[in-house]
Design a protein around this ligand. Structure first.
Ligand code: URP
Ligand code: ZN
Ligand code: ZN
Ligand code: ZN
Length: 510
């Protein structure tokens, strides 16, 4: 393989030169169990020029077709990670996985698409998008964008429309935390929710009460609790529950769908359960760290170890993770993200004297598919079809790219993984493909291994080897008015008629 900056960095994967096809453009995946969210069956999958052409038992093809034997294995849609932060700026530094290394790691773990959050530049959505378009040029897998909203005025309102109608963005995220940086107040959130509704765009929230978190941080520092555990103690589940409830109620008041990102606590999950029970359209996204870990690592005597677990909302005490797993299996929560946002131990060390200066974020883009398989399917908590739903299909439906993504059917993009349920995986920072030097799942082993990843019809991961091409990833435009918006207008009409209040019932006579 050729020498290049990525190989030299010792990351251990091969970059195939631009324009050189790493494999035949025709593939036949033979004899596997093809799994979609609604159905599974033993069938062959024929792929040509990046598209799935046929899914049928016993397909016959010519000798120019590369054949992959999937007997005894599961053939599933590639994972879609709804929540990542590649090359994001935070606390005067930048997360170390960019749109190439983060995506290469994703592909090695069976994820073939992700949706990243564009941060505006000085409040400008247009400038923010430009910056992210530049970051994403080196992409080696397909990706989409959410847009963060940090202020609201006529220009932002106009630019939201441009994002939706011209730029392929159909979701906007509001931070209720990170006071003084990204946080929005209720007035702005309401304006944003109304604008999202009128555009058919999905509103997303980071739900923690930022004012109270700020107070909690001061309290910890005054107590002399400056270590990574202070991060968790300063922002307890209570504050996540409050903000989740508030965002849900405001979205209900506006009657627009709401997506709660990184649900980390029972408190937040129960608010979502209550709202969904009442019929409100609320989507809840747990992240792998919240499902798989507890807060004990934050108390580790080694700062590098303790600080690697710092993310917001914090990883919670044991008990929350299992409750979130239960909520994922019973449908209260619908899809799994990662919030992959990695800073190396040198960057994390900026906060050695003050947890407020530790850049927030954990890894997961490479580990998500394996950990969800092991935690949820191998343990017997969900079916294989539900695994496909929570790791891929539901994300594609919510962001309105189904069935191009999230399905193994004729006409869909050939983003496919082959998972061997009888093989095993092991996670450690030495062998992972991320650029960071730590891993929050260090030493974990489990059952089920993604043996092959096919992205855009090309085999990019096989025999534990990556063959990735910078620039081969495509930007996936996402149209507004997903299924979550269907019927919203009728509900509004029936609300208006239920008011039964005549317009200007009383009038002054002067
Ligand atoms: O700690 C986290 N989650 N960092 C990324 C930014 C966010 O809040 O999603
Ligand atoms: Zn090489
Ligand atoms: Zn967040
Ligand atoms: Zn995030």
């Amino acid at each position: 393989s050729q020498s290049n900056q990525f190989c030299e960095a010792g990351i251990g994967y091969d970059e195939v030169g631009c324009g050189i096809s790493s494999s035949s453009t025709k593939l036949l995946i033979k004899g596997g169990t093809v799994v979609n969210a609604h159905h599974q069956e033993i069938a062959d999958v024929y792929v040509k020029d990046g598209i799935i052409v046929a899914v049928k038992p016993n397909l016959r093809v010519g000798d120019d077709v590369k054949v992959i034997d999937a007997t005894g294995k599961f053939v599933m849609p590639g994972g879609i990670d709804p929540h990542t932060h590649l090359a994001v700026e935070a606390l005067n530094t930048e997360s170390v996985d960019d749109f190439f290394s983060g995506q290469a790691a994703a592909l090695a773990g069976g994820t073939t698409m992700h949706i990243d959050f564009v941060i505006p530049v000085n409040g400008s959505l247009i400038a923010g998008l430009k910056a992210y378009e530049k970051k994403a040029k080196k992409s080696c897998m397909d990706y989409g964008f959410h847009m963060v909203i940090t202020k609201f005025d006529d220009i932002v309102s106009r630019d939201m429309e441009i994002m939706v109608k011209e730029k392929g963005i159909n979701s906007f995220k509001f931070f209720l935390a990170y006071k003084g940086v990204l946080m929005v107040n209720d007035e702005l959130l309401l304006e944003g929710l109304k604008r999202c509704k009128s555009l058919g765009a999905l509103a997303m929230v980071h739900a923690e009460n930022g004012d109270a978190v700020f107070e909690g941080q001061k309290r910890m520092i005054q107590l002399g609790i400056t270590g990574p555990e202070g991060h968790a103690l300063s922002r307890p589940p209570l504050l996540e529950g409050e903000a989740t409830a508030r965002a849900i109620r405001l979205a209900g008041f506006v009657n627009t769908p709401l997506y709660v990102v990184h649900v980390m606590s029972i408190d937040a999950m129960e608010e979502i359960a209550k709202a969904r029970k009442s019929g409100q359209r609320v989507v809840g996204e747990p992240v792998v760290s919240g499902l798989a870990l507890d807060d004990s690592g934050l108390w580790d005597s080694d700062f590098t170890t303790a600080s690697k677990y710092v993310m917001s909302p914090p990883i919670r005490a044991s008990g929350h993770g299992k409750a979130l797993q239960d909520a994922l299996s019973n449908g209260v929560l619908q899809l799994v993200g990662t919030d992959h946002c990695v800073f190396n131990s040198t960057q994390k060390a900026s906060g050695i004297d003050d947890f407020r200066k530790i850049p927030n974020g954990v890894n997961g883009i490479e580990e998500r598919m394996h950990l969800v398989w092991d935690l949820m399917v191998e343990s017997g908590q969900i079916s294989v079809t539900d695994y496909v739903r929570v790791t891929s299909t539901e994300c594609a439906r919510i962001f309105n790219i189904y069935p191009r993504k999230g399905a193994i059917i004729a006409g869909s993009d050939a983003d496919i993984i082959i998972l061997n349920p009888n093989s095993t995986f092991e996670i450690n920072a030495r062998s992972h493909h991320s650029r960071t030097d730590t891993n929050v799942y260090e030493g974990r082993r489990g059952k089920g291994k993604v043996e092959v990843t096919i992205a855009g019809g090309r085999v990019v991961w096989e025999n534990n080897e990556l063959k990735v091409v910078p620039g081969s990833g495509k930007y996936i435009e996402m149209a507004p008015f997903s299924y979550l918006f269907s019927g919203i207008d009728r509900a509004d009409a029936s609300y208006l008629s239920s008011l039964n209040a005549p317009v200007k019932r009383f009038k002054s006579t002067t």
